[in-house]
Write a protein that binds this ligand. Sequence first.
Ligand SMILES: Nc1ncnc2c1ncn2[C@@H]1O[C@H](COP(=O)(O)OP(=O)(O)OP(=O)(O)O)[C@@H](O)[C@H]1O
Length: 254
Amino acid sequence: MARLLDIKNVTVRFGGVTAIDDVTFHLDEGELLGFIGPNGAGKTTMMRAITGVVTPQEGSIQLMGQELIGMPIHARIRKGMGLSQQLVRPLHNLTVLDNVALAAGYRKTANPLAALFKTDRRAERATALKILDRVGIADAANAEPANLSLGYLKRLEVARALALDPNVVLLDEPLAGLNHAEAEKLADTIQDLQSDNMTIILIEHNLGEVMRICTRLVVQDNGRKIGDGAPEVVMKDPIVRRAYLGEEGDNAAA
Ligand SMILES: Nc1ncnc2c1ncn2[C@@H]1O[C@H](COP(=O)(O)OP(=O)(O)OP(=O)(O)O)[C@@H](O)[C@H]1O
């Protein structure tokens, strides 16, 4: 399997707080990697370091052998980084379809802002419709985001990430706020994406769905990596159980 992302000895500090402490892990093509840990473990900070919102003080982050640290966010997207945010932030004056079409034009447009002013987005709209169908919200193509349920908005975020035509998709808590049935359905969709050869990092607190769909887990606690491997093996590790689940006995996460 080809190595897509290589994260080596990454440290991120905010003043006196070490949010990421010397963390190393990798992502191979085709994996669905669950990146988990308790509140404040450093998951979002790692995501931001990968996408370029924060700059690590130490370490290296390579996408297909190319160093990302120092590269602006839009350049990382052109190199194949797709991300869906924890907070759903579509453009409210555009339809659902055009929100996705805009993202579909992003990698091809020399000036990202130019995509906003392009009057004819026929090709991008056709691509966008396919993506909406893939994530199960094609019926809302002409709706405005303000009228969507949270479940649809979460899928719109995933659609916008996919529209960037990424080599790797970063999903930050896509299941948060969804009820059990909605979360299960969206997790199924994420698993389908992986079956279609998409490579995915999933930050998620919904441990049941993470265990069900992820092929590998990386567990963070207090900025440090404490687990990395097959989900059923990692979740049996007493260190992970104590730190992540706050339980000491062998009954946790059975
Ligand atoms: N911009 C910032 N400035 C200062 N401290 C920060 C900043 N961002 C994160 N931190 C701190 O870094 C640590 C890791 O936070 P982070 O949000 O990455 O954790 P998380 O694992 O994503 O948590 P959660 O599951 O609650 O979203 C926390 O102690 C947090 O307070």
